[in-house]
Design a protein. Structure first.
Ligand SMILES: Cc1ncc(COP(=O)(O)O)c(C=O)c1O
Length: 418
């Protein structure tokens, strides 16, 4: 929960690129990738980046350069991911209600299919080019920062029930298909790491029964601390607890077995910040509002998950008095509040607010709701230079794009240039 850049740097960024603006810091990103890659030294552990967290191609390039493969969850993500590796087997496609067409294309692309239902496995096995795949297990152990992102519980739509795994192997064998890996992902933003450790142990035990397996993918979910004072997820402890279990599995197993992890949030959330400008200050009697030029169309997490993002007024020093504000977005819904009851310095129109830890599940969940435009995105490179990594599209261009996609005549030109 730190500003990845100084207030001065962020203000400079706004001077150059305006608001609303996502700013990412390349050195934080490199540093976080490095910290993960240094874990489990000496063990056959590979890292994938769950690109649903943030799929800006410039950021994917940096993360790939750090030796990460990619976890993808749609055929569209597969297509995008293929641009960042020479070896398609560095890409996992963790399917979720995939269509036959998506499956056929994914098989053709050569990525690793991670299949999450018995019926999809049946369809995969019937495909003439199907050779091998991974299967996603539902471990009946779930966790996550919000009920909507818990994926490993027995009631969840994800994964194949444990008691059906044997049947999956029989099915695959009967078609000459190899199940080469097992996958589990219990949820995102894990609150109680013991659930993750339990799922890892469970998967190791499960894998013991299947000699042909080559790897286990333990998924993502590594949490970040969004609230001031919240304890950071302890990577050293994570390694200390899991390493012995992995080592003893490998000792018994021998051969070329491999483990994968596929975090998204942990890598990119703290490396990104959303900058917005206050354009309205309103006293409603019982509440004071700071109205901004962003909202849940740019950062959905507060509205969707009641998620906390720390908000700092970077135009004021911390000691300029303290008032309680709700920080409101510009979407026409009363639920469009980015922060509620926040103690902030006395703020005024024109102030810049930094919404911290917004690098993950910010821009990838952004939309054009209320027909609004998206924020621009910039990267502070290792050299200290800012580089634009997403253009700001004007309202006119945005509406024009909408008309075009709807196959409707463009009347914008005649309106703005009558
Ligand atoms: C299959 C899968 N893997 C990895 C992740 C990444 O999770 P996180 O960003 O919490 O690490 C997700 C996100 O929920 C996911 O669905």
């Amino acid at each position: 929960m730190n500003l990845p850049l100084s207030k001065e740097e962020l203000k400079n960024a706004v001077d150059q690129f305006g608001t609303p603006l996502y700013v990412y810091d390349e050195s934080s990103l490199n540093e976080r990738c490095n910290r993960l890659r240094q874990l489990f030294s000496g063990l056959p552990v590979s890292w994938l980046y769950a690109m649903k967290a943030n799929d800006n191609p410039h950021l994917l390039e940096i993360i790939s350069r750090n030796g990460f493969g990619l976890d993808t969850v749609s055929y569209e993500e597969v297509l995008l991911g293929l641009g960042f590796t020479d070896d398609p087997t560095d890409i996992f496609y963790t399917e979720n209600n995939m269509t036959d067409d998506e499956m056929n294309r994914a098989i053709e692309s050569g990525v690793v299919l991670n299949i999450g239902s018995y019926s999809r496995l049946e369809a995969f096995c019937r495909h003439p080019d199907a050779e091998s795949c991974c299967i996603r297990v539902n471990p009946a152990i779930g966790d996550g920062h919000h009920a909507k992102v818990v994926t490993g519980n027995a009631e969840s739509k994800f994964g194949i029930r444990k008691d059906l795994i044997g049947k999956c192997f029989e099915l695959a064998e009967s078609h000459g298909v190899r199940i080469e890996g097992l996958h589990v992902h219990i949820g995102s933003g894990i609150k109680d790491p013991s659930n993750m450790y339990e799922a890892i142990k469970m998967m190791l035990e499960l894998a013991n029964g299947y000699e042909a397996l080559e790897y286990i993918n333990f998924g993502g979910g590594l949490p970040v601390s969004y609230t001031p004072g919240e304890k950071e997820f302890d990577l050293a402890e994570f390694e200390k607890i899991t390493r012995p279990a992995l080592e003893s599995f490998l000792e018994k197993r021998g051969g070329n077995f491999r483990f994968y992890f596929e975090p998204g949030r942990w890598i990119i959330a703290p490396a990104g910040v959303l900058l917005t400008r206050v354009n309205t200050v309103k006293d409603q009697g019982s509440k004071s509002f700071l109205g901004t030029d962003t909202g849940f169309h740019h950062l959905l997490r507060p509205a969707l998950y009641d998620a906390y993002h720390h908000i700092t007024n970077i135009s004021k020093s911390e000691d300029q008095g303290s008032r309680k504000y709700d920080i409101a977005g510009n979407i026409c819904e009363s639920g469009d509040l980015i922060g509620v009851d926040r103690n902030m310095p006395e703020s005024e129109i024109g102030d810049l607010l930094a919404i911290l830890d917004s690098g993950a599940y910010g821009m990838t969940m952004a939309s054009h709701y209320n027909r609004r435009t998206l924020p621009a995105e910039i990267l502070k490179e290792e050299s200290g230079e800012f580089r634009k990594i997403r253009e700001r599209i004007s309202p006119e261009e945005q509406v024009r794009k909408h008309l075009k996609e709807c196959n409707y005549p463009d009347f914008i030109t005649s309106i703005i240039e009558p």
